[in-house]
Design a protein around this ligand. Sequence first.
Ligand code: PRT
Ligand code: ZN
Length: 295
Amino acid sequence: MENNSINLKKIKIAVQKSGRLSEPSLHLLESCGLEFESIGRKLLTPTKNGLFDLLFLRDDDIPNFLTMGKSDLGIVGDNVISEGFYDLIDNELFPLIELPFGGCRLSLAFPKKIESIKEIEGKVIATSYPNILSKELAKRGVKVNIIKLSGGVEIAPVLNICDGIFDIVSTGSTLRAHGLVESFTLFTSKVRLYGTKEMKEKSSLSKLLLTRIRSSLLAKRSRYLMLNAPVTKIDELVSLLPGMESPSIIQLSTDATKVAIHGVVEKEVMWETIEKLKSVGASSILVMPIEKVME
Ligand code: PRT
Ligand code: ZN
């Protein structure tokens, strides 16, 4: 993104300084053409084009910087936003784009499997997420005694501090290592680009950046497919390639009974789509990554 427009107001983007979200957040911004010195990571680093400042923060502080107007955009998990800033969602803090990393769930876990959530009534639960826990249990009509811990939650049952815990789970290996069984998932968290009201209402630079981010995510989750096909099967094959705009049909120089079809398919359904294409008569199928989608 070049700074060739003098009317663009500089945007501050907050990313986690060091942790699970740091690298994927920076990769995402780099894939949108933002260049910056990440080595050393000063708290505030301007991008080379001078259009953006990156703020490197603890993830828990990102929402505060947004609400104080010290940052315009921030990459953070729903768990952090919902725990500390629930009332500000869609009011001062706007979820703008869901990102494909850092997703997790918040679950109740106990030394033994518990079958019905009603069985946990009155139990003592340790967690770093007391607000999410009480809100989610209230929805389910269950009351527990909550102990707030800021870390090391999974060892609390062994130390007889509590009956069970409510914590982030990703693969489940941390729970297993501490002899705990995941019993109920109460909250699913996605990492998102959150923004202030001004960003939501699309200042011209944020509009540009948001479009770049969406395009970059689309390119990452898509593949470009090239295949040969009998002329008689064009309609059927095209209907299997719904990605982006309509696929291109190209005449072959040596065989009038066949055409080449080029189209875009989502990575997730690619293998399934290829099998369907083959069964309808596609041949010489090539799959290529997409560097960028320019919109
Ligand atoms: O220093 P700072 O405050 O910035 O970092 P942090 O230590 O608070 O956060 P960090 O880097 O651990 O995580 C940042 C964000 O990543 C979280 O707020 C979540 O939105 C998201 N996320 C995704 C996770 C996990 N997956 C995750 N597995 N955050 C933490 N965990 C921990 C969890 O607490 C537990 O200890 O990993 C363990 C469980 O993992 P599994 O794979 O063993 O189940
Ligand atoms: Zn944190």
